[in-house]
Design a protein around this ligand. Structure first.
Ligand code: KG4
Length: 338
């Protein structure tokens, strides 16, 4: 049976809509919110207001780009959580309204599942996709998890952060260096020309597969404070080396647990996802690691690393094929394990 699915994403600060036809991506429109840059982080109330402004034009644009009219849609998939409640309410209410108006099924999508399933976004029927089971390192501004994906609907968290997420470590350390929000991409850019071995920062010593990044953040802060006492120009003079050393430490922490997870769960495919998977250092290390272990690496296109509706529509497509639809009474949720 042929199907056309509209996906809607509004969990944080990106309003996005995408259309897929029989599992093939036709359009993916993303409106990022610049308003938060002035505040050094996402302001939830401003985010939900911006979603309200963006949602109608973004959905209209996605349909237009796909060359599809709303009457041709088979179902609407939307991110129900986790995320910012006010933001999620906009996408959820819009999706529900459209589903009632068009009399078509509604599919609720877990945002974290969608990131893992972003590797199944296909632009052409012959595009390859991962084989289950695979491990996905999910690293974003809000999450750092090692996920064992057993099937499209069955995912187990093998390890997760017990404090900050990897993206938070990038952003908070960048902030004390005086870099704009979000700092991750700035660290990435500066690190390209820095010495990754110039500075040593704290690495956590916790057993199992869980992550911790708050100790690293504190040690970075103390290093800056101590050095600034001696030399007020310390940050200015060492920007690239600080960025490269910080990035290397974060990647070392990520890789140590990932490598352990692969020993415990020897899968043949390894994927990464989430905003931090756009990082050049992370991408290179994952590719290198997979080559050395002779496993297949799945590194997403940069556009699919951050929040996007293409992954929501794709995750929704799997549920559509199962006839797994959502009740109109289901509210959005802010927190969830996978
Ligand atoms: O998945 P995402 O868009 O949404 C949230 O969970 O908020 O991830 C955003 C995170 C931010 O922390 C941002 O600094 C980080 O991804 N990020 C990067 C890079 N691009 C985005 N971190 C390091 N290097 C990058 N190139």
């Amino acid at each position: 049976m042929s199907s056309i699915i509209l996906g809607i994403e509004s969990s944080c600060d990106d309003t996005s809509a995408a259309v897929i036809k029989d599992g093939i991506l036709l359009s993916n429109v993303i409106a990022s919110q610049k308003v938060h840059e002035n505040y050094g982080g996402v302001v939830p109330e401003l985010a939900s207001r911006a979603h309200q402004e963006n949602i109608v034009p973004v959905v209209a644009e996605a349909l237009k780009e796909a060359g599809v009219s709303k009457d041709e849609l088979s179902a609407i998939a939307f991110t129900r959580g986790p995320g910012l409640l006010g933001s999620l309410l906009v996408g959820t209410s819009f999706a529900k309204g459209m589903s009632i108006g068009l009399q078509i099924p509604l599919i609720d999508v877990n945002h974290l599942h969608a990131h893992v399933l972003s590797h199944f976004i296909r632009k052409n029927p012959e595009d390859e996709v991962p084989e289950f089971p695979f491990i996905c390192l999910l690293v974003s501004g809000g999450n750092s998890q090692i996920v064992l994906a057993k099937s499209p609907g069955e995912m187990e968290i093998l390890g997760k952060t017990i404090d900050d997420a990897a993206g938070e470590a990038f952003d908070k350390c960048a902030k004390v260096m005086g870099l704009p929000y979000p700092g991750g991409p700035h660290i990435d850019r500066l690190a390209a020309t820095g010495d990754p071995n110039k500075f040593k920062f704290h690495k956590p010593k916790i057993s199992g597969l869980d992550y911790s990044f708050s100790g690293l953040k504190t040690s970075f802060l103390y290093a800056l404070r101590d050095n600034l006492k001696e030399n007020p120009e310390f940050i200015e003079e060492n920007r690239e080396d600080l960025a490269a050393s910080l990035q290397k430490t974060i990647i070392d922490i990520l890789m140590e647990k990932l490598s352990k997870a692969l020993k415990d769960y020897p899968v043949k495919h390894l994927a990464i996802g989430g905003g931090v998977s756009a990082n050049s250092g992370v991408r290179n290390r994952i590719a290198e690691f997979c080559r050395s272990k002779r496993i297949k690496a799945w590194i997403p296109e940069r556009i699919f690393t951050t929040d996007n509706a293409a992954m929501v529509a794709t995750a929704g497509y799997f549920k559509f094929l199962e006839g797994n639809f959502c009740d109109l009474s289901k509210p959005p949720y802010s927190r969830v394990t996978i």
